[in-house]
Design a binder for this molecule. Structure first.
Ligand code: NAP
Ligand code: G4F
Length: 342
């Protein structure tokens, strides 16, 4: 029997890697996409097969986590074996500007999807994309037993989503799990997250089309891993015998400054000549240090991060340099958005 999966957030970084992974495993994959006035499927375009083709295994459906009725309808129609909730307003700094929207999608969106699973009566396993941002001010190392202390509307919304996932597991005997993932990046990372902002700037500075990049707090410590490895961890969580919650991370501390140094050095550049400070990239409350203790995932799922932050920085710089070189008329048409969005 072909397994069916529904991915909310399929157009995002993780959704695109997860869709690839599941298609390679023979799944029929259904993705929830938002209607937009422009195409928003660039991360999954390479997976496209005309749905009229009998070989087609990937199907997209319009929907939104703010629309519960639509989610119930889709659950009925698709009847998936596995549901991955990766959809969210996922930018921490933006959550201070749009706290209500973030709460509605990142937090209440999760209970809408859980409730759609429950109301539809579909027997499926549910994955919730929980976040190390939930640990916030609690010092590292952070494991499944570490108390939450969120420091942003995003973090608080994820804490809500975490607890309702656990509650639906206990209240309705659902196979519902939380993957508490530490930062994970890739060449497909959104351009305004710090790693991609840096590697994209390195490529542009190297090409001579940009001189400076404006940054906020360089002292924050993160635990940056490689996104394709993390979606494998998500899948493994849903194949376990019992539903449970798992931390995924590398366990390697790395500051924003470390990432800058590695990325610029890899391109033969001196970061101090190109990095400038702009307070608009600071957050009203910051998360100082996130470092994973992912030993439970190693023991119970056999999952371990391979790519470490320094190698990740090099992978992303190489990809951004190549992307810039591959464009016909590289920088002429490229708008640098960092100036007006965070
Ligand atoms: P991402 O690239 O920002 O992707 C987010 C996805 O959610 C996109 O497909 C987006 O659609 C969709 N989305 C946003 N609002 C929606 C709504 N109201 N209804 C339906 N879909 C909506 O995020 P990511 O890095 O892949 O992360 C995936 C998930 O893991 C997120 O929930 C994130 O919060 C969480 N997480 C990420 C990390 C990390 O380091 N990457 C760590 C821990 C947890 P559009 O393409 O239309 O915008
Ligand atoms: O790349 P960031 O925006 O990621 P952040 O805030 O850690 O959140 C990411 O990881 C979470 C997991 O812990 C996810 F749940 C969440 O969805 C997202 O994927 O910022 C990383 C650090 C912060 O300390 C920030 O203050 O970089 C610092 N930073 C310094 N200058 C900057 C900048 N961040 C951004 N985005 N832009 C800057 O110019």
């Amino acid at each position: 029997m072909t397994k069916k999966a529904l991915i909310a957030g399929i157009t995002g970084q993780d959704g695109s890697y997860l869709a690839e992974l599941l298609l390679n495993k023979g799944y029929e994959v259904h993705g929830l996409i938002r209607r937009a006035s422009t195409f928003n499927t660039s991360r999954i375009d390479h997976l496209y097969v005309d749905p009229h083709d009998p070989q087609a295994k990937l199907f997209l459906h319009y929907g939104d986590l703010s629309d519960g009725a639509r989610l119930v309808t889709l659950l009925h129609e698709i009847d998936p074996d596995e549901v991955y909730n990766l959809a969210a307003q996922s930018h921490v700094r933006v959550s201070f500007d749009e706290p209500e929207h973030t709460g509605n999608t990142t937090g209440i969106g999760a209970i809408r999807l859980l409730e759609a699973v429950r109301m539809s009566g579909v027997k499926c396993r549910y994955y919730q994309a929980s976040s190390s941002e939930m640990f916030g001010a609690t010092p590292p190392p952070q494991s499944e037993l570490t108390p939450f202390y969120p420091r942003s509307p995003y973090g608080a919304a994820k804490v809500y989503a975490y607890w309702v996932t656990k509650n639906y597991r206990e209240a309705y005997d659902m196979f519902a799990v939380n993957g508490i993932l530490f930062n994970h990046e890739s060449p497909r990372r959104g351009e305004t997250f710090v790693t991609r902002k840096i590697t994209r700037a390195v490529a542009r500075i190297k090409a001579g089309v940009q001189q400076h990049v404006y940054m906020g707090n360089l002292d924050a410590t993160r635990d940056w891993g490689y996104a394709p490895e993390y979606v494998e961890g998500m899948w493994r969580m849903l194949q376990a015998d019992e539903p449970d919650d798992f931390v995924l991370g590398t366990g390697t501390p790395y500051t924003v400054r470390d990432f800058l140094v590695t990325a610029f050095e890899h391109a033969g550049l001196d970061w101090e000549k190109h990095v400038r400070f702009d307070e608009r990239y600071l957050r009203p409350t910051e998360v100082d240090a996130l470092i994973a203790d992912a030993s439970k995932a190693h023991e119970k799922l056999g999952w371990k991060a391979i790519v470490q932050p320094d190698e990740l920085a090099r992978i992303m710089v190489d990809a951004d340099i190549e992307a810039l070189e591959c464009e016909g008329r590289p920088w002429i048409d490229q708008v640098n958005l960092e100036g007006w969005i965070k």
